[in-house]
Design a protein around this ligand. Structure first.
Ligand code: H79
Length: 423
């Protein structure tokens, strides 16, 4: 399979759930807490001894994802702090040895598969816990100010063996895995520093259909990318303004990962949540530029997704239930961005996402005599194409079409979608 074939389902599905969960849910100050507060291994150890997510129920996570209209998920099997949610034979630093006493990745995979969702693994190639991970080269390492630690002799090859071995475990012990999400290369720690070619060959050997992000390094936008350059580009906390094109001007698959508040891991005081409307419009923006949205939740130390996040997911789900057709299997339309919102398209179905209605009829530049039928996607009601009074006096009128929405307000303040069947 080539990249295009591998990523077909991914680009059809468009919307996934990112889950950041680990020991850092206990201090509840975000997943970078060890680095930001320069916490030593010893001081962080208490969270390992305490980790006991009494309400962990991945079926509930999966149901929330499904109800939101998400089609796949990616969970942190190990974040930068090095703690493993899975039962790795290569370390003691794993959920099995905490009061949780079990392989949480196994339960996640089973629960999400059961709901019909595709399953992905996030795996941090950075590891602040492993004794052979170089603190000296990592300006964010929690022990960066500790002279002894920085000068310690390490054997990086042993870390690579560990890292490759864990990836092998993850891709061998849990059945078919759909996405491998590495995080991340930096400075000269990139590509072959991770023995990336060897790693990719092993991955493709075990899971030939898996899709892999672009964070092992290389240049995914090259016309001749490295084998480890990945299947999709992974912009973080941004929707790339013009989408992503390679050197030949061809579309590169991409997925924007975005938090719901300002942290990936659970943060008890961060209430800076996006609104459902922002999330819906961001999803539409991604699809209108040929991209996916991977929307993050950070379950707490009990294993519960914050109430605020669940509320947002629910409202996004209400919208998706009626308007999902304008997202799944859709891509960018070959029309300029309209004044009132965005377009997505699937074959001869053009979806007009009206964010900003203004007053009066909505104008569709370039679509005169090109619209066979128009309906409100949410309820299927027909919309008439009518040329307004004295329209011949307006510029552009020759090539455009008008649709009149009854009433003063948009039927859906989040995003009113008009389905246009093109001739
Ligand atoms: O897993 C999530 C992040 O933890 C990870 N990638 C996503 C998917 C990520 N690692 N690094 N970065 C994102 C960017 C680095 C941000 C930093 Fe900072 C700025 C590190 C130190 C300064 C943000 C602010 C984190 C700590 C303070």
């Amino acid at each position: 399979m080539n990249r295009k074939e591998r990523t077909k389902w991914f680009l059809d599905d468009r919307f996934g759930m990112f889950i950041h969960w680990g020991l850092y849910a206990i201090p509840a100050r975000g997943e970078w807490v060890r680095s930001v507060e320069k916490i030593s291994n010893e001081d962080y150890e208490k969270y390992f001894e305490e980790f006991n997510p009494s309400h962990f129920n991945p079926k509930e996570w999966a149901r929330a994802a499904k109800a939101a209209g998400q089609k796949y998920a990616v969970l942190t099997t190990k974040h930068h702090d090095g703690f493993c949610l899975f039962d790795s034979k290569l370390t003691d630093y794993k959920a099995t040895n905490t009061p949780a006493k079990r392989d949480l990745i196994k339960e996640y995979v089973e629960a999400f598969r059961e709901e019909g969702l595709k399953v992905g693994f996030y795996y941090s190639i950075i590891d602040w816990h492993h004794e052979n991970y170089p603190a000296f080269g990592d300006r964010n390492h929690p022990m960066r100010d500790n002279e002894n630690f920085r000068k310690k002799q390490i054997n990086f090859d042993q870390y690579l063996e560990y890292m490759h071995g864990q990836v092998r475990e993850l891709l061998t012990n849990y059945g078919k895995i759909d996405i491998m999400w590495f995080d991340f290369s930096y400075d000269d720690m990139t590509g072959e520093k991770w023995k990336a070619t060897e790693l990719i060959q092993m991955i493709r050997d075990i899971q030939p259909d898996i899709i892999i992000d672009n964070r092992l390094g290389g240049n995914i936008k090259s016309s001749n990318p490295e084998i480890y350059a990945g299947d999709f580009y992974s912009p973080e906390q941004i929707v790339p303004p013009g989408g992503i094109l390679d050197e030949n001007g061809e579309q590169v698959p991409w997925e924007a990962c975005i938090t719901l508040n300002d942290n990936w891991g659970y943060h008890s005081k961060d209430k800076n949540y996006k609104s459902p409307k922002q999330v819906i419009r961001t999803l539409v923006e991604c699809v209108s530029k040929n991209g996916n949205l991977l929307l993050n939740v950070g379950p707490d130390a009990r294993g519960i997704i914050p109430q605020e996040s669940l509320g947002i997911l629910q409202e996004v789900g209400n919208w998706m239930q009626r308007n999902g057709e304008s997202i799944y299997r859709c891509k960018a339309a070959k029309l300029p961005k309209p004044e009132w919102g965005r377009y997505t398209q699937n074959g001869n179905k053009l979806y007009a996402h009206v964010f900003d209605r203004g007053i009066g009829p909505i104008y569709f530049a370039g679509l005169k005599d090109k619209i066979k039928k128009a309906r409100l996607l949410a309820d299927g009601s027909e919309l008439k194409i009518e040329t307004p009074w004295m329209a011949e006096q307006y510029s552009d009128i020759e090539s455009g079409a008008f649709i009149n929405l009854e009433g003063a307000r948009l039927p859906d303040e989040n995003d009113t979608v008009i389905e246009l069947e093109l001739v």
